[in-house]
Ligand binder design. Structure first.
Ligand code: ADP
Ligand code: MG
Length: 686
């Protein structure tokens, strides 16, 4: 039996069944064994008959005590018999399957799994799944049962049995594409083990190991194919080596805090990039508030002290300004000249900055899109950082890099969104993950409520402001063509609050229609604590850092995506005070309620993004179709980001050692790679 054989080769598969399998994309044995369970049912617990629960699925072990009889009930033919265990007895009933009569023998013991109901005063289990137990083996059959993606026409039992058959026939033929040394190195189980245990896990641990292996393999081959297709990968551009300067210690010592473990690790990874003679290209992913800015600062410090210029690009003026102020302050004592260049920089200022950038007098320029304009020359540009990178296109990022000669590149993001994923998937970037928040942060307490809670929320806000804190109130997101009403809703809402609710507090307004200068002024006043309540649209969504703000209230929360709610919520909880997020929504929609519930339950960006995806359905969310990337069978690009990273390193390392995969031990691997990508292009590349 070969993996490429048709499922027709299996026993007990008729034409009809084959058609049904074909409908769900299964034609070969390989398709079948790679049809992974969607979930599992834990049937390791066996219920006593006396403990079974009415109208639910129950898992029992019982002995047949009466001969199966065929009866007619109306139009239906039923097969019925009695079974018992030491606590009681029930009837087993099969509808419309007269042949069942011959499958059960009095005195034999079976594992039955099915729904139990009361019918005419008798307790019955309806058309259960069953398995005969050999004498004394009852314990062994208690199992974790796979549940497969399917159509209604194809029963779980049929799929399960065929997969079992396929595995037993095909496993001996399967050659592991990953060589043994390689598996040892990355702590991966064999393919046989993985396939067996992904379908029929013997225990939890085995399942996790099996899944890990399969996820790794899938992501590894994806990365490998992307690397190979990107023919210039191995001829990676040479950059210039930047070593850790003596003064780096002083820089670290000058910071108001110590790096977290995750920050240290990521910093080491970046330092390696900088030191290498190859130009680094790294994605730094870290949840909101994980402390990415200071990583940017430290990286820029290294580059600049090696005699290079640095550039930091942010998506909004507010954010650029905030970064500028932070960097100016931490670089102040190190003789590093920092400039801010945005759309609202005056023409005169701009001329000065451009001139000083061109001569190299300015060491670091922070700014918005204004940085990529043609007349901006940064001749000694050695490190380019883009913050909240998902707001930029790939081309914009490249355009900034091209101002220098093969600078190192770092992009930072809190939201794992399609374009970022595409970047990861294209394999041209290394990934670092800051998976730890600075110490002392209390998780933000989140509540989803309806608008009947307004009075209480206002009181809550009042109390916190009196204690010295500040608050954001986010107004409904509005459609493009409703710009006018966006403006109105923010200003009107703010006016209402000022007149009716908080006459004693300073209230500020922020919305997309304001000029950048006005926005900056408001943000500055808020950062200084002169404004108590900031009523805003989502313009505060990205990156804004005011640690004293502790309450975030979001009106019409149902109008926002979960990732966006998460970003917005990330504006609070950035300091030492307990922070709160109140999501207000009157929506009765079930999915909406579920989504808001997730916000109450999780503060982990990856979990939230992933659940969002599940609730929305996969669709074209990752943009994989338009990028021509294959669908993932088992890996989840969000939750398996860490494995993706290891797989990426493994792929890159392998290609360094054996660029055309000619080593005898790599033949299985090469074959699978060619197979995976349908060959032609890959043949040329290898
Ligand atoms: P983000 O990753 O969302 O961009 P920021 O860089 O804005 O996060 O950092 C959020 C807050 O955490 C800032 O106030 C910053 O000063 C602070 N911070 C960053 N790193 C640490 C650390 N290691 N210890 C304590 N506070 C930190
Ligand atoms: Mg940030």
């Amino acid at each position: 039996m070969f993996l490429t054989d048709s499922i027709m080769e299996l026993k007990g598969v008729g034409e009809q069944t084959i058609k049904k399998f074909n409908k769900i994309g299964i034609e070969t044995i390989e398709d079948l064994v790679e049809h992974y369970p969607r979930e599992y049912e834990d049937r390791r617990q066996i219920a006593k008959i006396s403990e079974t629960v009415m109208d639910e699925d129950n898992n029992i072990v019982a002995t047949v005590t009466s001969k199966p009889e065929i009866m007619k009930k109306g139009y239906k033919i039923i097969v019925k018999f009695r079974v018992k265990d030491e606590t009681g007895s029930i009837y087993i009933v099969f509808y419309g399957q007269p042949y069942m009569k011959n499958n059960f023998v009095v005195g034999d013991t079976y594992n039955f799994y099915g729904k139990i109901r009361r019918q005419y005063g008798r307790i019955e289990m309806e058309s259960p799944e069953y398995e005969k137990l050999e004498q004394g083996t009852s314990q062994k059959t208690a199992k974790i049962i796979p549940i497969y993606p399917t159509t209604q026409k194809l029963s779980q039992k049929v799929i399960r049995q065929l997969i079992e058959q396929a595995l037993s026939l095909a496993l001996p033929e399967i050659e592991d594409p990953l060589p043994e040394d390689f598996r040892t190195k990355y702590d991966l189980k064999s393919k046989n083990f993985a396939l067996t245990n992904i379908h029929f896990p013997s225990q939890d641990e085995a399942f996790f190991e099996a899944r890990k292996r399969l996820v790794f393999e899938e992501l590894f081959f994806l990365q490998l194919s992307l690397f190979v297709l990107k023919s210039d990968f191995l001829a990676r551009t040479k950059g210039r080596s930047k070593k850790l300067p003596e003064s780096f210690k002083d820089f670290l010592a000058g910071l108001p805090f110590e790096f977290t473990g995750a920050q240290k690790r990521v910093m080491n990874e970046i330092a390696k990039d900088l030191k290498s003679e190859y130009a680094g290209n790294r994605l730094v992913q870290g949840d909101v508030g994980s402390g990415k800015t200071v990583i940017a600062a430290a990286s820029l410090f290294i580059a600049i002290k090696n005699g290079y210029q640095g550039a930091l690009m942010a998506p909004t003026e507010v954010l650029a300004k905030q970064h500028f102020e932070f960097l100016e302050q931490v670089f102040n004592q190190f003789d590093i000249k920092v400039a801010l260049l945005t759309g609202s920089t005056t023409a005169k200022e701009k001329r000065g900055i451009l001139a000083e950038l061109a001569t190299g007098e300015i060491d670091l320029v922070v700014g918005t899109h204004a940085l990529i304009e043609d007349n901006v020359e940064i001749p000694k540009l050695g490190l380019v950082i883009t913050d909240e990178q998902h707001r930029f296109g790939v081309r914009q990022r490249l355009k900034l890099s091209e101002k220098g000669e093969t600078p190192d590149v770092i992009v930072m993001t809190a939201t794992p969104i399609p374009r970022t994923l595409a970047l990861i998937l294209y394999g041209d970037m290394d990934i670092s993950i800051i998976d730890e928040l600075p110490p002392g942060r209390q998780p933000i307490k989140t509540n989803a409520v309806d608008s009947s809670y307004h009075a209480r929320i206002y009181q809550f806000i009042d109390k916190h402001i009196r204690e010295g804190r500040q608050c954001y109130i986010i107004c409904p997101m509005v459609e493009e063509n409703e710009k006018q009403s966006e403006l109105k809703s923010v200003t009107e809402y703010a006016a209402y609050l000022k007149e009716q609710v908080f006459p004693h507090f300073e209230i500020g307004i922020l919305h997309g229609k304001m000029k950048p200068k006005e926005k900056n002024k408001v943000m500055e006043a808020f950062a200084k604590g002169e404004i108590h309540i900031l009523v805003s649209t989502t313009v505060v969504e990205v990156g804004v850092n005011v640690p004293n703000a502790t309450v975030m209230m979001i009106e019409n929360a149902e109008r926002f995506g979960l990732a966006q709610l998460h970003q917005l919520r990330g504006r609070v909880g950035r300091g030492k005070h307990q922070s709160y997020c109140v999501l207000v929504s009157d929506s009765k929609n079930k999915v909406t309620k579920k989504r808001l519930k997730i916000m109450e339950e999780s503060t982990d960006g990856f979990v939230i993004a992933d659940t969002d995806l599940k609730l929305r359905g996969p669709g074209d969310f990752f943009g994989t179709k338009q990028h021509g990337l294959p669908e993932m069978k088992i890996a989840n690009l969000y939750t398996d980001a860490k494995v993706l990273k290891v797989a990426q390193q493994a792929a890159s390392e392998l290609l360094r050692q054996d660029p055309d995969l000619s080593h005898p031990l790599h033949q299985g691997l090469k074959e699978k790679l060619l197979d995976y990508t349908d060959g032609e292009q890959m043949h040329k590349a290898l």
